[in-house]
Design a binder for this molecule. Structure first.
Ligand SMILES: [Ca+2]
Length: 154
C-alpha cells in the first residue's frame, strides 16, 4: 500500500515535470526570430497573460491528486464557455487559471462536459478564441491533459 502510494507520487511528480518540460521546450526550441517574438510577447503582452500562465506552471500550482469533482468540472466547463465562445473577445485569465491548476483527470472531465455544452471540441474553441504564444501554450496544456502518456514517451 505504501509502495503503491509512493509510486503514485513518483508518477505524478514525473508527469508534472514532463508537463512543464514540454511547455518549456516548446518555448525554447524555436528559431532565434521566433524566440525574440516570444520574449517580446512575454515582456510586452499587455494582458500579461503569457506570464500569468508560466508562473503557476513553474511554481507547480497544479492539483496533483487524481480526484475528479464532477460539479467542479461542470462549473469549469461553463466558465470556459462563458470566457470564450459565449462572449465577445476572450477572458484569458479563466482559461489560464483552469488549465494550470486542475489535475489532468479533472481537466479531461471538464473537456468532455465542455463539448456537450458547446458542441465544439475545446481545442477548436481555443483555436478560435486565443492567439499567438498563449494559444500555443493552451493547446499544449490541453494535449498534456488529454494524453499525458504521449508526453511520457518523449
Ligand atoms: Ca469569444
Amino acid at each position: 500500500k505504501v509502495i503503491l502510494s509512493e509510486s503514485g507520487e513518483k508518477y505524478a511528480e514525473i508527469k508534472h515535470r514532463t508537463d512543464e518540460e514540454t511547455i518549456i521546450s516548446i518555448l525554447a526550441n524555436r528559431s532565434a526570430a521566433q524566440r525574440r517574438d516570444l520574449e517580446a510577447d512575454i515582456e510586452d503582452d499587455t494582458s500579461g497573460e503569457v506570464r500569468n500562465l508560466l508562473v503557476p506552471l513553474l511554481q507547480a500550482n497544479r492539483d496533483e491528486s487524481y480526484e475528479v469533482d464532477e460539479a467542479l468540472a461542470e462549473q469549469d466547463a461553463t466558465s470556459l464557455f462563458e470566457a470564450g465562445e459565449g462572449r465577445f473577445g476572450t477572458d484569458e485569465s479563466t482559461f489560464t487559471y483552469i488549465l494550470t491548476h486542475r489535475n489532468y483527470l479533472q481537466l479531461q472531465a471538464t473537456f468532455k462536459i465542455y463539448e456537450t455544452l458547446s458542441g465544439t471540441d475545446i481545442l477548436d474553441a481555443i483555436d478560435s478564441e486565443a492567439t499567438g504564444t498563449l494559444k500555443d501554450c493552451y493547446i499544449t496544456l490541453v494535449r498534456c491533459a488529454k494524453n499525458p502518456q504521449l508526453y511520457f514517451a518523449r
